[in-house]
Design a binder for this molecule. Sequence first.
Ligand code: FAD
Length: 385
Amino acid sequence: MEKSTSRQSRKKVVAVVGGGLVGALNACFFAKRGFDVELFESREDIRRAKIVKGRSINLALSHRGRQALKHVGLEEKIVAKGIPMHARMIHSLNGKQSPIPYGRKGQVSLTNFCNIFPLTAAETYPNTKMNFDHKLQDWNAETGLMTFARLDGSKEQVKTDLIVGCDGAFSAVRKQFLRRSRFDYSQTYIPHGYMELTMLPINGEFAMKPNYLHIWPRNTFMMIALPNLDKTFTCTLFMPFEDFEKITTGDEVIEFFQKYFPDTIPLIGADTLQRDYFRLPAQAMVSVKCNPYHIGDACVLMGDAAHAVVPFYGQGMNAGFEDCIVFDEIMDQFNEDFSAVLPEYTRVRVPDDHAIADLAMYNYIEMRAHVNSKWFLFRKYVDNI
Ligand code: FAD
């Protein structure tokens, strides 16, 4: 049964669709400005969920993202909950480890970062309402009416003054853009996939030095490991899908690791490795570019919904956070007049986000082009994250 909700308020109402990293942070930005904010997230509240579905990648937070967090008073809280990484640690095939410090100040990255902090921060604003278990099914670009599906099969219709699409790389908000004339859109899947493996603590301590981003560059493969607060490391293996698919048995997993990442076998554990490798299939990585980011004065895209990038520049989330702060600055410039703010946001932001997407893809292509160079291959990636 459809339920229609008419929300009457003297203040303008902003719907943020997607309660991921960028959506939750955006809710804080709009709430801080005094708008009534309704956040709609398709999943249940991850802070209360027993099982969190989907990927659990650790993310490196850089200067770009920190600036946006600072603006809503979140930087210190999040930085305090993460683990600073002062340098990258390169693992050679023979087990030698070589640190490469981060050059620029403020480039210290943090891990163990997830969207519970922005979500909790958004909730502290009395003018913000969280609507979990609300999956946007469709919306009407002419009327602005959104239809959400609930887990119990019911539907809810909502209309607000502005829709902010932060619903990720496969955005439902963006679907309406695709039906419009003069909307540029492209998406590219790369031949590499990624897989997460966990390195547990050994005798209650981190299995490797914690304040580093550990990197194993291996021609067309690469593994990285980021530390977590619970003293585990999340290892992410990047590899062409065809190579993932060649490994079909536990023995082949060990053989592969013995050949390319021998120092990690005693650290992860042969049994864990054999089990975790087959737990989930390797995940795909997609690059999405589009233009414009807005429809009239009614809807705007931010974060991965506007620009999913391949992770070889380590800036996807950081760029999404930067979207929030750029939009906020334009709101000041144009006195919160959506009809002026939205086109200006597209004008200013599209070239920058496209540049980040290009840099990320360039790094990836560069890596692939230098398959025969022992060290150069992932050098670009190493230089940038
Ligand atoms: P998402 O995190 O995808 O959140 C979208 C939210 O919308 C989700 O909560 C989803 O449930 C919800 N949603 C989806 N559809 C609907 C719907 N129809 N209705 C309502 N809600 C909906 N970036 C970095 O900056 N640094 C890194 O080190 C880094 N490492 C990465 C490593 C890997 C392997 C990958 C794949 C990505 C990495 N990234 C990194 C990129 C980063 O993960 C993304 O840029 C970031 O998560 C985007 O956040 P988002 O909020 O825009 O989208």
